[in-house]
Design a binder for this molecule. Sequence first.
Ligand code: AMP
Ligand code: MG
Length: 357
Amino acid sequence: MTKLVRLDALRPDRTLVEEVASILRGGGLCAFPTETVYGLGADGYNPDAVVKIFNIKRRPPDNPLIMHVSSEEMFEDLTSDVPEIAYRLISLTWPGPLTLVVTKSERVPKEVSAGLPTVAVRCPGHPIPLELINVLGRPIAAPSANISGKPSPTNVNHVIEDLMGLVDVIVDGGETFFGVESTIVDVTTDPPTLLRPGPISVEDLIRITGTEVRIPPFAKGLSESDLALSPGVKYRHYSPNTTLYLIELDYYGDISRLANAVLRYADEFASNGLRVAVICSSETAEFYRVRGYDVVVLGSRNNLFEVAHNLFKVLRLCDSLGVHIAIAEGFNEVGLGLAIMNRLRKAARYRLTLTSP
Ligand code: AMP
Ligand code: MG
């Protein structure tokens, strides 16, 4: 039986938080909101509870979890040999959506770090997990609260869809704010390496650290083989069941170029009798509507926070549209755009990288 607990996101009721904490203390699992996406948490110092997360999510055991802390003392307990640059990042971004990968201490169970010598740690900038970790008095190990391979949950209905009946408690704290997972930076390398783009942008990281940041191709959602084979490469991650195409095009600020490229592919699919939906920005939506296509708007190109916020909801929605093909527009890779494109590339089974419209 899964208990559903509703908490005010800004002022969570203390008695209810204590109730949830006692479930975690007893080795139970809890899904909860954060400012990024919903997480599926267990007492980070209880290996048996942590293993349950992997089983329920059907997550490969070699994919480690993030330890969520509520204080710098808790961070110290989990880590060793922390470089100065980590403290600079912590002082300017925590609590917030930045996860640091550092050398782990002996306290970190091997189940959490998947046997790696490092551990990923972050302090969430959301009153519910902060209060929960405080009351528990121990770090919460948590990945996103979805079945592996599905888009991360950004509201409680997504969590219910994936985890109802499988976990002990689901906390409903409304919609998450950012809608994409935390930025992950490995500070054991010099310069630091971006492992996953997120709400704290590369531009922010460079400003804070005063150093360059290494961005490997996978942080952009690209892989080595992908780079060689692009366009049209297979991928399975964050994936809707609908076949998703992603159109990447340098459109030089002229959105009609982008819309025309999308329409060219949409028309081709449609002429073969396939039903097509277009996932786009508010600026281009009308181009597709007037041509009779189903349109799902992510948000404005001038507000990438809005686009990121809606992204996973839209990817989940894809499958309920009753279309054969969804074609998504690409976004510029500045600021949050890098995180948006990383998720879109992973979600899309087919990527079309066009150099001219
Ligand atoms: P999720 O929050 O569901 O995306 O899962 C946690 C993410 O953190 C995964 O992408 C992991 O690969 C990553 N992660 C956790 N621990 C480490 C680590 N020690 N080194 C690198 N990545 C990590
Ligand atoms: Mg995840």
